[in-house]
Design a protein around this ligand. Structure first.
Ligand SMILES: [Zn+2]
Length: 321
């Protein structure tokens, strides 16, 4: 089956710790049909792999497309991908080590399959479809529970010497800073990742803090999220002013360091924390302008991602090996 431009359809798969999404993608970068399932990590690699194969069969059937008519299958997943074997070296949210998911999917469908780190895939998707592939140097920063990043340099996805570069979230902003899930201290993610921010506010409330934030969440810690922390900050809640100002300062400083290093034309921001807050990017931008070098700021554009949660799925269905 071909779309109106005569391009063959593609399939993108986005594997997350809570859900797996598979989508059929048309030549113009539009997801024509998609379906999601819950990730059952407890089934282990073989069980989840079978779930993914079944999910892809279902979306193809429902879209009335035969597997042999598919140009490429793309898999976006958290974790690092080995350069030559394309095995997933380690995926922290799935608990997988050295799994040959790319080969297994390729063998199941007989379709050329590509696998990519999810933040790289999302950056590529935003670049190719959101920005139409025009700017040659783009930094993608995706802030959700943690921070993922991707680089388009000289018009190409940059992965680094061993394929494991662009770990924006583990840029160290303060060697004596907050503990990061990677085992290090003071990573960008430990300061600005959504889960870490929520955890800092949660801890203070558990220790007895009562302020506007406590009223906003109706006294229920389960209702804490970064959007509501920003709201409390805007209302002048002491705790949230302290926490959120720190987030803004570190985000601005972190982006300034990366902008000084890479001199991108565009920094594109995505992820749940970005979509769920009102002024974070604008306030970050004020700090960025104070902290980055003038020459690096010249012509720099700060943009919000436009593809939402389809970015990785779309990107990876088009990435060439
Ligand atoms: Zn880290």
């Amino acid at each position: 089956m071909v779309n109106s431009e005569g391009n063959r359809m593609r399939v993108g798969i986005d594997i997350g710790g809570t859900k797996i999404v598979a989508g059929v993608v048309g030549g113009d970068g539009v997801v024509v049909h998609s379906k999601r399932i819950a990730t059952q990590t407890e089934k282990g690699y073989d069980g989840v792999k079978e779930d993914i194969i079944r999910l892809v069969r279902t979306v193809l059937d429902e879209a009335h497309i035969a597997a042999r008519a598919v140009e490429q299958i793309g898999i976006a997943t958290a974790g690092q991908i080995e350069k030559v074997s394309k095995k997933i070296l380690f995926s922290p949210n799935m608990g997988w080590r050295n799994v040959p998911l790319k080969d297994d999917i390729e063998n199941a469908f007989g379709v050329k399959t590509c696998i990519e780190n999810d933040a790289n895939a999302a950056t590529y998707g935003e670049w190719k479809f959101g920005l139409k592939g025009v700017p040659q140097d783009v930094l993608g920063i995706f802030i959700g529970t943690g921070i993922g990043g991707g680089l388009i340099l000289d018009g190409k996805l940059y992965r680094g010497f061993s394929n494991v570069g662009a770990e924006v979230g583990h840029t160290i902003l303060n060697p004596y800073g907050y503990r990061c899930n990677c085992g290090n201290n003071g990573c960008f993610e430990a300061y600005c990742g959504g889960a870490y921010i929520v955890e800092r506010v949660k801890k203070k409330i558990e220790e007895g803090y009562r302020g506007k934030i406590f009223d906003l969440i109706g006294g229920d810690i389960g209702h804490l999220h970064t959007g509501i922390i920003e709201e409390a900050y805007l209302l002048g809640d002491d705790l949230c002013v302290h926490v959120w100002q720190e987030v803004i300062e570190y985000l601005g400083a972190g982006v300034a360091s990366l902008v000084n290093l890479l001199n991108p034309q565009i920094v594109v921001f995505g992820g749940g924390v970005i979509y769920g807050t009102k002024y974070l990017i604008d306030e970050m931008n004020v700090v960025l302008k104070k902290r980055a070098m003038d020459a690096s700021l010249k012509g720099l554009e700060i943009k919000k991602a436009t593809l939402g949660e389809n970015a990785a799925l779309l990107g990876v269905s088009y990435i060439e090996e």
